[in-house]
Design a protein around this ligand. Structure first.
Ligand code: IPM
Ligand code: MG
Length: 371
């Protein structure tokens, strides 16, 4: 068995606490499946600034390049040092830079509401329908996040100098095609339904996006394709989330809708994500992180939910290493622990009989023990 090289970048806020639990679970997987994982930890985000003066220290980047996958916690503490220029802040200098550097164009965010957690979903039971189980496929290295021109400038206004900020939404047909293929492939392996989300009634990008997706549909006859404008998609997610299987979105729409969808899963602390580059053979470089952020209000108190980080590790086993059985073992362990009634604060309700409120480390211990 080859050694699997993993860079573990815990980052800021609750990152280190939830990462610790994910590593526990990975070590349990290592023992059960006889794998050899070489996990190297390195600082990123404010932790990188504190340790080495940069949100993405050179050594951390070098480690990522030597690795086959990055298991990432979260970065960014909005209240820290407002004077630090935006280009050097962790969101842009670490997270967006890593996405671009490794060409991680495909972001997958699976949102599932386990029946046991129906009480944690903000929707009334009748709106939850037959169950919420959907996948947001988000384009991650294009659109308004990265398009040029992108700057703030000073111009002459009618009554003196004013500022003007410019972001540019730009997509080419190959960029749309490659992410659409990821979404069609995912839909084919799931329930066969793909909802394309765009704003074709207003944006040039929307028109092109819809044309390309529609053209590709001919190659996937087993997938039912439908189109929704993004505003309608946001509303439908609240009204009838069970109708969705796979949602395909450009970068910005996917950012927004994936948070909205994650709320349906009971808590952001339940939603993992995978960010993938082009496949090469059986392994694929990938970046795995919880969909929730640093949650500074929860940090350091042993209360954060580690499940999103643990499920992100499962996605890593599946997508970067092709270890589907090991990934399933992690997912089943999470499911067993939830069925047994263990709850971190975000998914706990006193009204739920048989549930027991636990801290971050106890949740991680229980999942590792269930592997
Ligand atoms: C996400 C986050 C990031 C994004 C931020 C932290 C830059 O919201 O991964 O969804 O906007 O992509
Ligand atoms: Mg987001």
């Amino acid at each position: 068995m080859n050694t699997l090289k993993i860079a573990a970048l815990a980052g800021d806020g609750i990152g280190p606490e939830v990462m610790r639990e994910a590593l526990k679970v990975l070590h349990a997987v290592e023992r059960r499946f006889g794998l050899r994982l070489e996990i190297t930890e390195a600082p990123v985000g404010w932790a990188g600034i504190d340790a080495a003066g940069s949100a993405l220290p050179e050594e951390t980047l070098a480690l990522c390049k030597r690795s086959q996958a990055i298991l990432f916690g979260s970065v960014g503490l909005p209240d820290r040092d407002p004077a630090l220029p935006k280009e050097q802040r962790p969101e842009r200098a670490a997270l967006l830079r890593l996405r671009k550097e490794f060409g991680l164009f495909a972001n997958l965010r699976p949102v599932r509401l386990p029946p046991e957690l129906a009480h944690a979903c903000p929707l009334r039971p009748e709106r939850q329908g037959e169950g919420i189980d959907l996948l947001v496929v988000r384009e991650l290295v294009g659109g308004m996040y990265f398009g040029h021109p992108k700057h703030t400038e000073e111009i002459q206004g009618p009554q003196g100098r004013i500022q003007r900020a410019i972001d540019t939404m730009v997509y080419t047909t190959p960029e749309i095609e490659r992410i659409a293929r990821v979404a069609f492939d995912a839909a084919r392996r799931r329930r066969g339904k793909l909802t394309n989300v765009d704003k074709a009634n207003v944006l040039e990008n929307g028109v092109l996006w819809r044309e390309v997706v529609t053209r590709l549909a001919a190659e996937y006859p087993e997938v039912r394709l439908e189109h929704l404008f993004v505003d309608n998609a946001a509303m439908q997610l609240m009204l009838r989330p069970a109708q969705f299987d796979v949602l395909l979105c450009e970068n910005m729409f996917g950012d927004i809708l994936s948070d909205e969808a994650a709320a349906l899963a009971g808590s952001l602390g339940m939603v993992p994500s995978a960010s993938l580059g082009e496949a090469c053979g059986r392994t694929r470089f990938g970046f795995y992180e919880p969909a929730g952020g640093t949650a500074p209000d929860l940090a350091g108190r042993n209360v954060a939910n580690p499940i999103a980080q643990i499920l992100s590790a499962a996605l890593m086993l599946r997508f970067s290493f092709g270890l589907d059985e090991a990934a399933q073992a992690v997912e089943a362990a999470v499911q067993r622990v939830i069925a047994a009634g263990l709850r971190t604060g975000d998914i706990y309700s006193a009204a739920e009989g048989g549930a027991r409120r636990v801290g971050t480390s106890e949740m991680g211990d229980a999942i590792a023990a269930a592997i």
